[in-house]
Write a protein that binds this ligand. Structure first.
Ligand code: NDP
Ligand code: OXD
Length: 306
């Protein structure tokens, strides 16, 4: 069995060593144009050339949860696309979103500014019940985030494509319930996959339907947010601020208006990182299962796009 590795964003050496140690029966190599045909490839943002060069691949393992970059390629029908299924990401995402929500709700930025200015002053505590959190996407990550926020007794709503039942979470589903979901949310967390249905979903109209003075946390993909619309809503005071871990262009160009914006907290696509050991263990387990002819979790539905 031959396995290829390719990622412009990761150091190849440790991944190659780790995959080889986890699958000693396999021949593991870094992909180069023209290498012999392989059975599996472990990739992040691969080139079309890799797919075209490797027509016999049984599966492409994506080194992340979001497969939007991979699905832009022309892929043979017989090659399964398999996403990372948590692999240590959901706890990081829960931690990241909770800090963003808590930081805004508890006005920690304002306290920090006061302290820097030598001001020992208090603000009236906000009422938790007045800050319901809506989570767009109730999959592997969204469901874990919902659970974590419930631990701090926030009111949590969720929106997904198909109806869900999650203890203590008011669940909305489908476009027909999107407006009600937004109207019930004051903090909005985006954890949707980027698909033709969800591109630009955070825009003037949708964000404008949230409770007034709302707060946006986008930890999914930059393509979900219409960036000029966010600026307009911040200027109008319809939104109080945003935490953005993802942008349409990463990194953004120096002249991008989000750099240094007083009401936008930026992080460099780091809310839930791919953890090498967990990911290799998961991928190795799935390769062995596929070799035995067994189904594996995390196979992407190409029609749905996630
Ligand atoms: P999942 O595929 O497990 O869950 C996706 C959720 O979104 C599901 O609940 C799904 O609904 C819902 N959804 C999809 N399309 C629609 C739609 N058109 N309308 C309403 N709901 C929809 O994904 P994950 O939770 O694992 O990850 C979500 C995204 O987070 C990834 O695709 C990736 O883009 C991003 N991500 C970002 C990271 C970062 O570091 N910033 C790290 C990892 C992931 P249903 O349940 O009905 O199918
Ligand atoms: C992912 C990511 O999709 O890192 O896993 O964004």
């Amino acid at each position: 069995m031959r396995i290829l590795f390719h990622s412009p964003a990761h150091k190849a050496g440790p991944w190659l060593d780790g995959l080889q140690a986890a699958l000693p029966e396999a021949e593991v190599a870094e992909w180069q144009p023209g290498v012999p045909p392989a059975d599996y490839a472990v990739v992040w943002s691969p080139l079309q050339q890799l797919v075209d060069d490797q027509p016999r691949l049984k599966a492409l393992f994506n080194m992340g949860a979001g497969v939007d970059a991979l699905l832009k390629l022309r892929l043979p029908a017989h090659t399964q696309v398999v996403r990372l299924d948590d692999a240590g990401m959901s706890v990081q995402m829960a931690e990241f979103v909770c800090q963003a929500v808590v930081r805004h709700f508890r006005e920690l930025d304002a306290y920090e500014a006061d302290m820097r200015a030598g001001r020992w002053s208090f603000r009236r505590p906000r009422l938790r019940a007045e800050w319901p959190v809506g989570i767009m996407g109730l999959g592997v990550l969204g469901a874990r985030v919902a659970r974590a926020l419930q631990g701090f007794e926030y009111t949590v709503h969720g929106w997904s494509r198909s109806p869900k039942a999650i203890d203590g979470v008011r669940c909305f589903a489908g476009r027909e319930q999107l407006q009600d979901f937004l109207a019930a949310s004051r903090i909005l967390v985006c954890l949707l996959p980027l698909t033709p249905d969800t591109r630009d979903i955070l825009n003037r109209d949708t964000l404008g339907r949230m409770m007034p003075g709302g707060y946006l946390v986008n930890v999914a993909r930059g393509g979900h947010l219409v960036e000029p619309d966010l600026l307009e809503l911040l200027d109008r005071g319809q939104l109080a601020g945003a935490t953005l871990d993802v942008l349409r262009e990463e990194p953004p160009p120096p002249e991008h208006p989000f750099w240094g914006h007083p009401r936008i907290t930026l992080t460099p696509h780091t809310s839930a990182r791919t953890l090498r050991d967990e990911s290799i263990a998961q991928i190795a387990g799935k390769i062995r299962a596929l070799e035995r002819g067994e189904p594996v979790a995390g196979v992407v539905d190409r029609e749905k796009g996630y």
